[in-house]
Design a protein around this ligand. Structure first.
Ligand code: GMT
Length: 392
């Protein structure tokens, strides 16, 4: 099908994996000539990078504040905006990223449009992780989340692990397609940029990086503990990029373990590729990750990854090849794995190269964007989607 599509994308605007994936996917499709209409309550931050983007539109859901109603309006505002844009822009489909509330809002909009006999707006829902493992499964939201998953015209998850969790948690019998996340391998190339190692480290010191939203699931305290073990053996600095609820506790622990003078809390940063390009290791000891875009960005930048086993990270990081996977909370094992990489330049280089190869072969943006496009086309033509076999 050569026809260019009109696609709405409902996603979160602020820092976080699902918003990044949604925005980068939309940009990739816009480059291929499809008209992409982003719908959110703020300009998504990856759209806000100071460049002109052809075929990209942004529609802000208006916010209605009323004292008697707490913060529950966002989902309704998105649904209303979807109805309006579906009609004004003749959308072919809406791609909802994150079940709560975007998929629910999308299905609400679909029902309204159906009742008005306006159009049959197809809804493709991508589940990202915490929408299933944390928010959507909470009893307060369970029935609505299950309804949105079951009513979507197609559902995807960003890993096999998340597909299995979704089926188990919600008892879903319909097909759920696995489409892995992706990375811009040109942007995350590991090539030197304007940021130099000596901005942070003395000659001979290693740089360890962590990037996240500092939520409890990221286990920031484990990062500080592992780092404190590492510096007993290897001179190193820790760069922490991001911000969130665990920052203060991490601060305190870094002081308590006497590593504060070697730790940089850098806050939220936009040009993170420059930090990857000076790093020797990414530390990512999450309790679980449905995927872990950060690990993939590190691999694409030739940075070995030490992460945790037992979740979607195992579909990204190849244990003993592109880094190491160790049990959640096992500080000693995570530290030993890190030290073995930091002490051996040839292992580090080899893992970095293998990570880059894997990112290029399996997780390039255009490959994944083509897969989504095939899914859209089968939804629009009413044919069964054969599914793509995820690489790796
Ligand atoms: O917790 C986060 O990291 C944010 C969250 C989000 O939706 O923004 O990330 C989830 O979606 C990302 C993109 O698909 C995945 O790479 C992350 O692994 C996933 N987070 C968790 O599963 C904890």
């Amino acid at each position: 099908m050569d026809r260019k599509l009109r696609i709405g994308i409902a996603c979160f605007a602020t820092y976080g994996g699902s918003g990044v994936v949604a925005t980068e996917l939309g940009r990739e499709m816009a480059r291929a000539g499809h008209k992409i209409h982003f719908i959110s309550n703020q300009l998504p931050f990856r759209l806000n990078q100071g460049e002109f983007l052809e075929n990209v539109y942004y529609h802000e859901a208006s916010s209605v504040a009323y004292d008697a109603i707490p913060s529950a309006m966002y989902g309704f505002e998105i649904a209303s905006k979807v109805i309006q844009i579906a009609e004004d822009e003749s959308l072919d489909l809406l791609h909802a990223h994150y079940a709560v509330p975007h998929a629910i809002s999308g299905i609400m909009a679909k029902e309204v449009l159906k009742s008005q006999r306006s159009r049959d707006l197809k809804i493709v829902t991508t589940l990202h992780g915490t929408d299933i493992t944390l928010v959507g499964r909470a009893p307060a939201l369970f029935p609505l989340t299950k309804w949105a998953i079951e009513q979507s015209d197609a559902v995807t998850t960003v890993s096999k692990w998340l597909r299995d969790e979704t089926k188990k948690t919600f008892g879903i019998e319909n097909d759920i397609h696995v489409i892995h996340n992706f990375v811009d391998v040109n942007r995350f190339s590991g090539n030197p940029g304007p940021c130099f190692k000596n901005h942070f480290a003395a000659p001979g010191e290693k740089i360890i990086l962590h990037v996240s939203n500092f939520r409890p699931v990221k286990r920031l305290q484990d990062i500080i503990r592992v780092f404190a073990e590492i510096v007993k053996e290897v001179p190193a600095r820790l760069l922490l990029i991001g911000d969130g609820p665990e920052r203060e506790r991490a601060f305190q622990l870094a002081r308590q373990l006497n590593v504060m003078d070697r730790t940089y809390f850098l806050g939220k940063q936009n040009m993170i590729e420059h930090y990857y390009s000076i790093s020797d290791l990414l530390l990512f000891p999450s309790e679980y990750e449905s995927f872990g875009v950060t690990a993939l960005e590190a691999m694409s930048s030739k940075v070995p990854v030490v992460a945790t086993s037992g979740s979607g990270l195992s579909e990204v990081v190849e244990d003993a090849v592109t880094g190491y996977l160790r049990p959640v909370g096992d500080i000693q094992a995570l530290a030993e794995a890190s030290i073995s990489i930091l002490k051996n330049d040839s292992i580090a280089r080899n893992m970095g190269e293998m990570g880059r190869d894997r990112a290029v072969q399996c997780f390039q943006a255009h490959r994944i964007s083509d897969t989504y496009m095939k899914l859209y086309q089968s939804v629009l033509s009413g044919q069964t989607y054969a599914g793509a076999i995820p690489c790796g």
